[in-house]
Ligand binder design. Structure first.
Ligand SMILES: O=c1ccn([C@@H]2O[C@H](COP(=O)(O)OP(=O)(O)O[C@H]3O[C@H](CO)[C@@H](O)[C@H](O)[C@H]3O)[C@@H](O)[C@H]2O)c(=O)[nH]1
Ligand SMILES: [Mn+2]
Length: 593
């Protein structure tokens, strides 16, 4: 096939045809309204149960309206990495962030795999830097990363030479078995060697985790001696520096454990992300940033190029503040009984949001434009005012070096990755911006960076960005960009959902809540409905619980809260249930086919 012309678009935005689901959803809405009307008309003949049923059903109808609006225009993006590479542009630098917080709950071997998969992506290594934030200040995590970066020097070339698909070794060696027919002898030998080396690495980490200290706390490890997890100074270590800026080498690896003091708020992940942003701003200052949770590895090595198709390919930057990939989990339970895979959320609701103002920021698997994180609006008329020294110091804090680097980003100046031999010197100044009193009096967490005030900092941060008038895009290449590790179900899932429900409700009590943002006119009306649905998600449990309890109550008291079958309305209810089931089956069918 002939190559497409160089001017061919880097992506396509495709609207899904969903007329049948739309029709079904509208019929269900009609039936819900009929039920409400029926209840209202016959309310005086019944007592408390009907009032309660009416209240619950009103809530369900309200959320159904929000859901219909959300799912109405479903959109997909197709990206064409080959076209981007064909253009032979100089690809922009990307800073890659990984957050980890607890070496027990998040075993370092997982973090190591995430980091290795990032180091091995198909993108020029001299344009990449990987920053790991460790909120656990754990010498074990640091030790594991040091060992992993040694392994990376053979792993990365191996992956690139054989174009390995899965570049997180623990998955590669567990999923991919070599079949002698279709691979060369050379590959088989290297595969065995690599497997042996990876086993040695995991054994080392495993042994280290059994000891009270992974190794002697001297030399590079001296900073970890006599510290407490919640009370220690900043530790920044350049684990590996790609000194000669080799495009085929291993990207820089930098370890950061921010300062923690018992009385200072640390703002959980949002705080960690802001430190990563600042420290990387002092060192590589890439215009794009990818962030991953430590338990989510890169499953599609082309993902950075896919994301660049969107970030560089949009005719107006306003259409793409960030590129979000779906959260997909490996090794889920059969048939996903706890809904951990969030299939409906991403497949239907998610694609609907993509068709409005763009996907919500999901906290992981997302590429941000650094300048958007620095508070820029799509058509910022005040940029010169923002760039005055005084304004910069007020917004970004007292570091002159950092404000200089922020000014470069805000003014759109090209920031190349730092040349050879200067990363280590930058880390000296980076200590200042990682201290816990640095943000005091600045706009971090309020106007710039990841937002504080909610444990679901991701939704709040994305909302703030949409509230400034930006749109976002969705990138779901095949194979999936990233794969994560879902809680196994049971209590772990419940604790996580409780945290999300609380965090989402907290958003209502911040000045960035969707109802305030809509007033300034930049958050689109239907996007505001999406956020309303999302932040009220936790409250849905109240009417659901009441509705479920109603049937039990009616059984005990020998009453009823559903229209009696002998009345004329039973067919409506049956029809509504039937349609709902039909819709689910249809969706399931469409997805599988
Ligand atoms: O004080 C903290 C707490 C958490 N984390 C990291 O934040 C990430 C997410 O935390 P986790 O406890 O795994 O939360 P989940 O509920 O699994 O995460 C989902 O929900 C979060 C809040 O909405 C998002 O930030 C995440 O990206 C999203 O995957 C992990 O990498 C943690 O290591 C920190 O760095 N510091
Ligand atoms: Mn998690």
């Amino acid at each position: 096939m002939a190559n497409p012309p160089l001017s061919a678009p880097l992506y396509d935005r495709i609207s899904r045809r969903n007329n049948i689901p739309r029709a079904i959803e509208l019929i269900i809405l009609f039936l819900l309204f009929s039920l409400l009307l029926y209840r209202l008309l016959s309310l005086k003949d019944h007592g408390f149960t009907w009032v309660l049923a009416l209240l619950c059903e009103s809530w369900f109808t309200f959320t159904w309206v929000l859901v219909i609006s959300t799912k109405w225009n479903q959109v997909e993006y197709m990206t064409y990495p080959k076209r981007l590479l064909q253009r032979k542009l100089e690809l922009p630098p990307v800073d890659m962030f990984v957050t980890t917080a607890d070496p027990v709950l998040e075993p370092p071997i997982l973090t190591v795999n995430t980091v290795l998969s990032l180091l091995a992506v198909d993108y020029p290594a001299d344009k990449l830097a990987c920053y790991v934030s460790d909120d656990g200040a754990s010498p074990l995590t640091f030790y594991s990363l040091v060992e992993a970066s040694k392994f990376a020097k053979i792993w990365v070339p191996f992956c690139k030479k054989y174009n390995v698909q899965i570049r997180a070794p623990f998955r590669f060696f567990s999923v991919e078995s070599i079949s002698p027919q279709d691979v060369s002898l050379e590959f088989q030998q290297e595969w065995k060697k690599m497997k042996g080396e990876y086993e040695k690495l995991s054994q080392k980490i495993e042994d280290a985790s059994r000891r009270s200290q992974p190794c002697e706390l001297t030399g590079d490890f001296a900073d970890f001696s006599n510290i407490q997890r919640k009370n220690h100074p900043t530790i920044i270590k350049v684990i590996w520096e790609n000194k000669e800026a080799v495009a085929n080498g291993v990207p820089h690896v930098i370890y950061i454990s921010r300062e923690k003091r018992p009385k200072q708020p640390h703002h959980f992940k949002a705080g960690a992300m802001n430190i990563l942003t600042r420290v990387s701003g002092m060192i590589t200052n890439a215009p794009f940033m990818l962030n991953l949770d430590c338990d989510m590895y890169v499953n599609n090595p082309q993902i950075v190029v896919h994301a660049m198709c969107l970030l560089l390919g949009v005719s107006n930057e306003r259409d793409c503040a960030f590129v979000q990939s779906p959260q997909i989990f490996y090794d889920g339970l059969k048939d996903d009984p706890f809904g951990n895979q969030m299939v409906v959320l991403y497949e239907y609701v998610g694609h609907g949001i993509v068709g409005i103002q763009g996907p919500l920021y999901g906290g992981t698997g997302c590429f941000h434009r650094r300048k958007v994180i620095y508070g820029l609006s799509p058509d910022d008329n005040e940029i010169t005012r923002k760039l005055s020294n005084e304004a910069l110091l007020k917004t970004f804090g007292r570091s002159m070096e950092f404000t200089k680097s922020a000014a470069k980003i805000l003014s759109g100046m090209k920031t190349s990755s730092t040349g050879p031999n200067n990363i280590s010197s930058c880390t000296e100044t980076a200590y200042q911006v990682a201290g816990c009193d640095y943000e005091y009096g600045s706009s971090w967490g309020r106007e710039v960076g990841w937002m504080y005030g909610s444990t679901t900092e991701d939704v709040l941060t994305g909302l703030t960005i949409h509230g400034r008038g930006w749109k976002s895009t969705f990138c779901s290449p095949n194979p999936p960009a990233f794969l994560g590790c879902a809680p196994p179900g049971g209590p772990a899932t419940m604790i996580q959902q409780k945290r999300w429900a609380t965090g989402l409700l907290e958003i209502l009590f911040t000045p960035k809540n969707p109802f305030i943002l809509i007033l300034n006119g930049k958050l689109q009306f239907r996007q505001c409905l999406v956020y309303t649905w999302v932040v009220l998600w936790g409250l849905q449990s109240i009417p659901e619980l009441c509705y479920a309890a109603l049937s039990a109550y009616c059984l005990i008291t020998d009453s009823h809260f559903m229209p009696k079958v002998r009345t004329n309305h039973h067919h409506l209810i049956l029809l509504s249930c039937g349609l709902k089931i039909f819709e689910e089956v249809l969706f399931d069918y469409c997805k599988r086919s």
